[in-house]
Design a protein around this ligand. Structure first.
Ligand SMILES: C[S@@+](CC[C@H](N)C(=O)[O-])C[C@H]1O[C@@H](n2cnc3c(N)ncnc32)[C@H](O)[C@@H]1O
Length: 184
């Protein structure tokens, strides 16, 4: 079955109502498991499982152009946090060249979307403002929401433009010169 939805960096699928939703392909660059210290859980620790359907890199997605109706892009938002901190384990961490990585991620997400397909972008302003991120794509967002006045998570919705390639003129079909000086 051709699945209509791609989660390009699914992590542990925390935001999914059904983490095994059959409509989606779940991708991530990591496949790993950790025990996280968690005082609120019995035993004081919790398993974190990152188990994508397919390991993939959002900078070079392994799908043809125009494959999905909807892509969700929730990349890591941590630049400074240490690689071993629990936040980094849970959400991954951006590399030094993170602007180019996210730029490539946006470009790939739009490439694999069908025309008029929807991109959901999620960003947490823990370290970097969302305005900085929106500079990394030429696409105009439609709308978005910030969860609460002090909350830092943003959900932003884009739609891939429906731009067919320019019409090819058939051989011999020259622009008409009607004498007005304008070409028609
Ligand atoms: C913020 S977390 C995603 C959290 C997820 N949405 C959830 O609901 O749990 C970001 C994920 O991006 C992954 N990631 C980082 N770089 C990646 C890349 N180049 N390609 C694909 N996934 C990447 C990380 O491994 C991490 O699991």
């Amino acid at each position: 079955m051709n699945k209509p939805v791609l989660d390009a960096c699914c992590g542990s699928r925390m935001f999914w109502f059904n983490p095994a939703d059959e409509r989606a392909i779940f991708g991530d660059i990591r496949q790993e498991e950790h025990m996280l210290t968690d005082a609120s859980s019995s035993g004081g620790s919790r398993r974190l499982i990152i188990d994508p359907d397919q390991q993939m890199d959002f900078r070079a997605l392994p799908f043809p152009a125009g494959t999905f109706h909807l892509v969700v892009f929730d990349p890591p938002h941590l630049v400074q946090n240490g690689k071993t901190g629990w936040l980094a384990k849970k959400y991954g961490k951006l590399g030094e060249d993170w602007r180019n990585d996210i730029r490539a991620g946006f470009a790939e997400c739009f490439r694999v979307l069908k025309p008029n397909g929807t991109l959901i972008f999620k960003w947490n302003e823990h370290e970097v403002k969302v305005a900085e991120l929106l500079k990394l794509t030429d696409q105009q967002p439609l709308f978005g929401n910030r969860c609460g006045k002090t909350a830092k998570s943003h959900w932003i919705v884009f739609m891939k433009p429906d731009t067919p390639p320019p019409l090819q003129r058939s051989a011999g079909a020259e622009p008409v010169d009607d004498g007005s000086g304008k070409r028609g």
